[in-house]
Design a protein. Structure first.
Ligand SMILES: Cc1cc2nc3c(=O)[nH]c(=O)nc-3n(C[C@H](O)[C@H](O)[C@H](O)COP(=O)(O)OP(=O)(O)OC[C@H]3O[C@@H](n4cnc5c(N)ncnc54)[C@H](O)[C@@H]3O)c2cc1C
Length: 624
């Protein structure tokens, strides 16, 4: 929505993505040739934009919807090596991911990425403790001795129950304690985009690449840009670029197919579902990871009041823009959780459900050396989480696979390929030395929380909340409150978000729609049992003042959010039985497409979704 420093005079620094200036940014993109045009504004695309811009290239990024609207807002939100991948002997992936985790925690994004302890309960003392213990020794050793997170520890049964009283005591034979990290995934992708803008990238959301531009009609003609549709106006723009980089996640195949490009890989979509439950439903002071038959289940603390529990891993072939959970998905997660919890979780505990699609790499006919050849028949749990870069045509590079954790490496790799044979010399990636916006000055802002609270007439927890979300940029949000005291009021009762954050989301974080604010800038869509619907109209009013919406458009934008809340609320509650079975639910979700087929049944929809969307539901759990 704006250009970074050094491109134009009178442009504010700090990489503000100002949605009120979106039209200017789009004009700018269309006006001159770029070095690199990135398609897709998930964590991979924003990472690629940052990598390229910080190497001195002229960069544009187009995102069809909103930053992180795809998979990058729907993950488990862990920045981790992936203990599970160790078991699959994917040592390279684990080692790289651990290094990235530590870099993010210690240097690049300490305001966003926080260490998190995990308890791994053990049930077969003789077999499991040495096995898991050895795995964790490797996990720790791969990280090295310079580490921002503690080493793993062995716990007795008593020690495990002290930390997690909710665990079933029978059969428990102790536990291991190890560390990983967590992040608000959507905030990470958006902050990476802002950091790219601060280095000169032009970022435009609501802009879809509808076709690749070619230098001639020949089949193998080089790609010289992309035709973009402005989703706000329907206008088409041709954007020229020396390199086009496709970072479209599960949409990659569609981008390739739209222009008749045969890429060397195909994406295989795997759906993962998470439940959000109140913190009070599970008594534990740490995250937990438990084995399931095919994979693992995480219990991840989310903020002060919630747990995220998941996930599933099933083949998917439905609508990729808004994947939904099915009743079977919910039952499966509850069933797996209840294998280890003394007090079973019930559907009544479920505050929200969300689903995301992993863009895993699969290819029945891969280009030599590009991807494994035997993946087409593998279950998605067994597919590698490594990424693949392909250059199917001159001028075009494409990437898929990977993880949120390794976004920086993915970005480096794809831009390395993009600038291979570039008309001028391009320096190597420097992003391992580039803290994201909000990281610099963090310690001083944290130390000054009390003073800031006094200066701005807010409580210390309110200021700490802002620092947790914006790091050193919290002062920019506070500046809005100084100018207009009413913006210091809470956005929704019982939640820490302030009205100023809605303004900031528009003027600095590129939010164009009510959904962008409630689903991704603040996370009420997944944190609140009413999905934030009761405040949608207030959000539309605040946004409308900045974006010039009249009464009709405010109503439309509010309605649009209600529709989304209805759509995503459809599998909040499993059918009839309130307590999920402890075993045997797995079969329902491991068969390819089984769960998604069930979603099509009318009975899978939840009657309460409509009342949730209408804002009639209170914070109390919705009865099944
Ligand atoms: C359930 C689940 C749990 C996960 N948990 C973790 C985890 O804990 N830790 C971890 O490291 N990783 C995790 N992952 C993986 C991680 O979330 C993904 O690898 C990552 O978010 C993918 O990012 P991306 O940018 O490649 O794709 P996306 O985030 O999907 O971005 C692609 C973007 O391209 C845009 N787009 C598509 N077509 C076009 C077009 N024609 N023009 C313009 N834009 C377009 C889309 O709108 C979208 O925003 C998880 C994934 C899932 C599904």
């Amino acid at each position: 929505m704006r250009e970074g420093p050094g491109r134009e005079r009178n442009v504010p620094i700090q990489g503000a993505l100002d949605a009120t200036k979106r039209a200017d940014a789009l004009r700018k993109l269309a006006s001159g040739p770029l070095d690199v045009l990135i398609i897709g504004g998930g964590v991979t695309g924003t990472g690629a934009a940052l990598d390229a811009a910080s190497r001195g290239l002229r960069v544009g990024l187009v995102e069809a919807r909103d930053l992180a609207a795809g998979t990058s807002s729907r993950s488990s939100k862990l920045v981790h090596g992936g203990l599970r991948y160790l078991e699959q002997r994917d040592f390279k992936l684990v080692k790289e991911a651990l290094r990235e985790r530590d870099l993010l925690v210690a240097k690049l994004a300490p305001h966003l990425v926080r260490p998190l302890p995990f308890l791994y309960p053990i049930y077969k003392k003789v077999v499991e403790r040495p096995y898991v213990g050895a795995g964790l020794v490797i996990y720790d050793a791969m990280e090295g001795t310079k580490r921002p997170v503690p080493y793993h520890r062995h716990l007795t049964t008593r020690g495990a129950l002290k930390r997690a009283p909710s665990l079933k005591a029978d059969r428990l034979a102790g536990a291991m304690m190890y560390y990983d990290a967590q992040v608000d995934d959507a905030r990470l992708a958006m902050t990476v985009a802002r950091t790219a803008a601060a280095h000169g990238a032009t970022v435009v959301t609501g802009a879809s690449a509808v076709a690749l531009l070619r230098s001639s009609d020949e089949r193998d003609a080089p790609v010289i840009g992309a035709r973009i549709r402005d989703e706000e106006t329907g206008h088409l723009h041709d954007i020229r670029a020396t390199r086009v980089v496709v970072c479209a996640g599960v949409w990659s195949d569609l981008v390739h197919e739209a222009s008749g490009v045969r890429a060397g890989y195909q994406v295989r979509m795997s759906k993962g579902v998470h439940l959000v439950v109140p913190r009070s439903a599970i008594d534990a002071g740490t995250g937990m990871i438990v084995r399931t038959e095919k994979s693992v289940l995480f219990f991840i603390p989310w903020g002060d009041d919630r747990w995220i529990v998941g996930t599933t891993d099933t083949d998917f072939s439905g609508d990729r823009s808004e994947p939904t959970a099915t009743a079977q998905d919910v039952s499966y997660i509850l069933g797996q959780a209840n294998r280890v919890l003394a007090k079973p979780l019930t559907s009544r505990d479920v505050l929200a459900v969300y689903a995301g699609l992993r863009p895993l790499v699969a290819d029945p006919e891969p280009a030599p050396g590009l991807v494994p050849t035997d993946v087409a028949d593998k279950p998605t749990t067994k597919l590698s989480r490594e990424h693949v870069v392909d250059a199917p045509l001159p001028g075009l590079v494409s990437i898929a696979g990977g993880k949120l954790t390794t976004y920086r490496l993915m970005a480096r790799d794809v831009i390395d390929v993009a600038v291979n044979d570039f008309p001028r010399e391009v320096p190597p990636s420097v992003t391992d030395q580039l803290p994201l916006l909000g990281a610099d000055g963090l310690a001083a802002v944290r130390a000054g929380a009390q003073r800031l609270a006094e200066d701005y007439g807010l409580s210390v927890p309110a200021v700490e909340h802002l620092i947790t979300r914006y790091g050193a940029l919290a002062e920019e949000v506070l500046g809005l409150i100084r100018a207009d005291k009413s913006l210091g009021r809470p956005l929704a009762a019982g939640y820490p978000y302030l009205r100023a954050e809605v303004v900031y989301a528009v003027t600095h974080e590129g939010a164009l729609r009510v959904e962008d604010v409630l689903a991704r800038r603040v996370r009420l869509l997944i944190e609140s049992p009413d999905a934030g619907v009761p405040v949608a109209s207030a959000v539309a009013t605040i946004m409308g003042k900045l974006l010039g919406w009249g009464r009709r458009q405010r109503a439309q934008e509010t309605q649009r959010y209600l529709d989304l809340a209805v759509a995503t609320g459809q599998a909040i509650r499993p059918p009839a039985d309130a307590i999920a079975p402890a075993e045997g639910a797995e079969a329902a979700t491991t068969g390819a497409g089984a769960a998604d087929a069930a979603a099509a049944k009318p009975g899978a929809a939840v009657a309460g979704a409509a009342e949730r969307a209408a804002g009639k539901a209170s914070r109390a759990p919705i009865p099944a």
